[in-house]
Design a protein around this ligand. Structure first.
Ligand SMILES: *Cc1c(COP(=O)(O)O)cnc(C)c1O
Length: 361
């Protein structure tokens, strides 16, 4: 069977050259006579893998020296609690913007560990855009201000950051990490599950400004303690070895084959533009997210007719465009077009949609 174009929101496609490299090295990694899946995480050969994954991430993202890069487990969902336990330690207050399901979950989880306030929400509009902000709602003594930079389910993204003054900005970047350059210095902490744009599931990346790592709340599990993880170079226990190895290969792909994050962004913007242009001109398909909040990673759209949506998803699947069904809270379709989706995948999808519209419009 030929490879399909996989529009899954996550886990999602990986670059073909990465899969081929991993396959070529699966029996014998770099003359070690073993697979990365099998080797000791304390061995010199693995040490080189985790260290170069870390330094490549620093280089590709331009992470300043006063930030720690942590390779953790438990997914972005674990960070909903870990961020609160580690950072909500002074005023024990934190502000959250509710722009979708994941930011709402982060807010609910954070609320278990302190005084969390939802300072804005677009729930009334079914999260079809980033909410308007009223800065007078922001609390200047909050320990942090939390946003979700790209809203995977709704297909929206922040295009200008909120002005939080001295309050550290914390962002969930699970579905947009490595999709474009991010000025890390504008954030106190960034976190992401790897399975959308970086690696297979299992790795969770935390990038945290060093001065924010302190004594966490009492009762914080050791595995959630940023200080312990930083002090042990993310090797307090067995790290997700294989996922970190693929992360390294993906970073090499971005650096050497794509040409870094500015080139990655140009490629992603162009891909998204092709799809949005089609949707804006279609008489059958309608985009869901409001124009000024559109994501370049997740594109949501509907026909307005549930049966026709289902027919489209079914026929698309048969034609090799898989996982286009939208999240149940939005309905319709969602095309997740992460870094590894090649531009021709979008071109072919648009050609398929054009033909579907002709037959069903
Ligand atoms: C997928 C996703 C999550 C959940 O990630 P897990 O690693 O499965 O916990 C959280 N936030 C965002 C923005 C996501 O896209």
């Amino acid at each position: 069977m030929p490879r399909v174009y996989n529009f899954s929101a996550g886990p999602s496609m990986l670059p073909e050259s990465v899969l081929q490299k991993a396959a070529a090295e699966v029996m014998d990694y770099n003359g070690s006579g073993q697979s990365v899946m099998e080797m000791s995480h304390r061995s010199p050969v693995y040490d080189e893998i985790i260290k170069s994954a870390q330094s490549l991430l620093r280089e590709v993202m331009g992470i300043p020296d006063n930030y720690q890069v942590l390779f953790l487990q438990g997914g972005a969902s674990s960070q909903f609690a870990a961020v609160a336990m580690n950072l909500m330690t002074k005023s024990r207050k934190a502000d959250y913007v509710l722009s979708g399901q994941f930011s709402t979950k982060a807010f609910q989880e954070g609320s278990r560990y302190g005084d969390c306030k939802a300072v804005a929400s677009s729930k009334e509009e079914n999260f079809s855009r980033i909410p308007d902000l009223d800065e007078s709602e922001f609390r200047p003594d909050a320990d942090y201000f939390h946003i979700c930079l790209n809203n995977t389910i709704y297909g929206t993204a922040w295009h200008t950051l909120p002005n939080t003054g001295n309050v550290p900005l914390v962002a969930d970047i699970s579905s947009c990490i490595l999709s474009r350059p991010i000025d890390v210095s504008k954030f106190g902490l960034l976190y992401a599950g790897a399975q959308k744009n970086v690696a297979p599931a299992g790795l969770t990346i935390v990038i945290v400004r060093e001065d924010l790592i302190g004594e966490p709340q009492e009762g914080t599990p050791t595995m959630f303690n940023y200080g312990v993880m930083a002090k042990n170079d993310s090797m307090y226990n067995t790290p997700p070895c294989w996922s970190i190895y693929i992360c390294k290969l993906v970073l090499e792909w971005i650096k050497n084959e794509i040409g870094g994050l500015p080139a990655m962004e140009a490629r992603n913007v162009k891909k998204a533009q092709v799809l949005y242009d089609f949707l804006d001109n279609s008489k059958l398909f309608k985009p869901c997210a409001e124009k000024e909040s559109r994501s370049i990673m997740n594109v949501t759209f509907v026909t307005g007719d549930k049966e026709l949506d289902a027919k489209f998803v079914k026929e698309a699947t048969a034609a090799g465009f898989v996982n286009l069904k939208g999240h149940r809270s939005v309905g319709g379709m969602r095309a997740s077009i992460y870094n590894a989706m090649p531009p021709e995948g979008i071109d072919k999808l648009v050609a398929f949609m054009t033909e579907f519209e002709k037959q069903n419009g």
